[in-house]
Ligand binder design. Sequence first.
Ligand code: HEM
Length: 304
Amino acid sequence: MEKEPLAETAVNQIEKVFGKYPGYRRAHARGEIYEGVFSANGAAAPLTTAPHFQQGEVKVLVRFSHSSPDPTWTDVMSPVKGMAVQFQLPEGAVANIVGVNSPIFMAKTPEVFTEMLSIVKSFKKGKPRVAGLAELVVKYPESRAAIDVLKKMHAPASFATGRYHAIHAFYFIDKDGNKRPIKYEWEPEAGVDTLSLTKAAVMPIEYYKADFEDRLMQGPVHFYLNIVLGEQQDPTDDPTQEWPVEREKITIGRLSIMKKVGNAEMVVFDPTAVTEGIACSEDRILNFRHDAYSISHNRRTNGE
Ligand code: HEM
């Protein structure tokens, strides 16, 4: 299928701002992949026919990452961390949930995201140009909430203690074809814990990797998968907005991460990869990510 030209422009723009690092993902360049098992408790079964959310177990790959497109940044220069989960279904099918430790995104549309990159032309020591930031908030007031989250954000103390949000809405579809909007969130069984700035300042470059491997020596690392149920008035097309906190939340399963996987960096975690019983919402950023990730994947697997 023809790729959206803007997706190519967006990936080129990321390379322009952050630099080009052959073989690496164009965002979340540095990360580690683990394998594990997801145990669905059956609570989602009345809402979706998705095979991995019926009671039972399915194998998963999990990639934790530091958000910078520049792999030379230290761990603490990227307070935004990623958690990408791939459910491995029969006959080679996959379904992904790709999250970060922020409940909202900074741009409502792909056009705004691409323009933002052209305004914030450079990052110095992990910080965007301040003048550029101020310009952005004036032009796109809906982006203020995410920029405020980023400004105040403390990195999780460990990959195992972040709460990760897939941000976009998806639809669960039941056996009669009824659709219900939901959002996903991974809740760490170890509890949410963040790093103080003074502690963060003295962390070695690969602190998170070492910490996670230490934890795995003690046993599996666990997360709960929660869904937040959207009501009719909740926006399903706007990643800059959170749904009200009082929305019903259901735990639909538990993830157990067991061990590191050797050579899986070539995997692509496309957030639009869903199965029967799930549909992507009309959120344009979500749908745009399909082409952007595929372009990045093509480049990095071609050694570019
Ligand atoms: C216009 C919006 C966005 C663009 C253009 C974009 C672009 C990218 C690209 C090019 C990659 C590398 C893909 C690969 O080579 O496999 C990536 C990875 C990633 N992105 Fe985004 N992204 C966007 C929005 C988001 C949002 C809203 C989230 C939060 C849920 C997110 C979270 C991640 C994560 C966690 C990864 C790493 C996935 C992995 O471990 O393979 N991105 N992004």
